[in-house]
Design a binder for this molecule. Sequence first.
Ligand SMILES: *Cc1c(COP(=O)(O)O)cnc(C)c1O
Length: 371
Amino acid sequence: MPPQVLKAFHEAAQSACSLQELQYAASKRIQKHTGAEMGLVTAGCSAALTLGTAAILAGSSYTKMARLPWVDDGPNEFLIAREQRNGYDHAFRAAGAQLVEVGFNEIVANAGVRRTELWEYDEAITPRTAGIIYVAGDDTHPPLRDVVKLANDRCLPIIIDAAGEVLPRSRIREIVATFADVVCFSGGKAIRGPQSTGVLCGRYEPVTSAMMQMLDMDDHPSLWSLPTDTVSHFFYQYPPRHGLGRGYKVSKEEIIALLVAMDLFFDGEYLKERPQQIAWLEQIAKSLPNSATSRLHIPSDGERFPTLEIQLDEQRLGRSAFDVCKELRSGTPRIFVGHGLLGEGKFVIHPLCLQPGHADMISARLIEELR
Ligand SMILES: *Cc1c(COP(=O)(O)O)cnc(C)c1O
């Protein structure tokens, strides 16, 4: 977290406020940055996925909210492409969703060339279908806008996991503009808010439902009210009981800190660090001994992070990239490199968390390990 974010966190701790009003103010700010009708600060993207699913399953029904994660009086199946299944499945299932796969994973299985196709979603829709799940990425298929359009045409809600899809800064706005019902992203990744924060945004109805299922509802019904322009769209006249999302609460400090981080992020403040980050990666690249070669990758959009990919000559070193990665993690200082390509004898240096002086330390450790 940048100093301004920490300062905001600290200052927020010194005053008291209504969480409901604060979330409503946060919604305005999220609206400004994403173009969504409404937004909610959540306890991470994963929590947003659970709350978004709960919102789709229960809508504005207090009875349905009360029964979650049991859904025995309506549709509870969500379509998801088999190639998009991942460990965050739990987030959807925790709210009561049952996942129904469409398509295959033929490329990974080395059994074909085809990706998931749009008609497969269309054909799989039944009266038990409650919605569609889509995990957004650089190379997801079929394209997000096509799947959102299909969902809209078939009057099915769609929830998008866009956890890390925040760069370039126009990306979230583009996803929201497809008219997806619920879009979720992390506050603790490139936005650099508290690690435990995320955002759920999109259309009024599901975001309001998610808010109702997360906020503390311990008040006298005669005193309770939601801020006016959210209720005008829906008819929440008295508070429901605590919802499924009550255990996913966020503090006022986290909310304020995330909003400050979002301002810095969306105003392009962090991009000022990019030239320095590139210089650090170049410095590390230059210091590498002969047992490694490197490739500096600088995305041409001028926004996504530069990264340094280091290819080891494993034969010459007599050690694998896994061995080197393990040594780097246990040395002094401890260094954690990007580990997605270790199987190809490569690791990656990502500059997000680099501070002044770190590039020197990394170079020194790499020279030691790769000698
Ligand atoms: C990181 C990530 C999440 C979880 O985000 P948190 O903010 O850590 O809860 C969910 N889905 C995907 C695809 C992610 O990369």
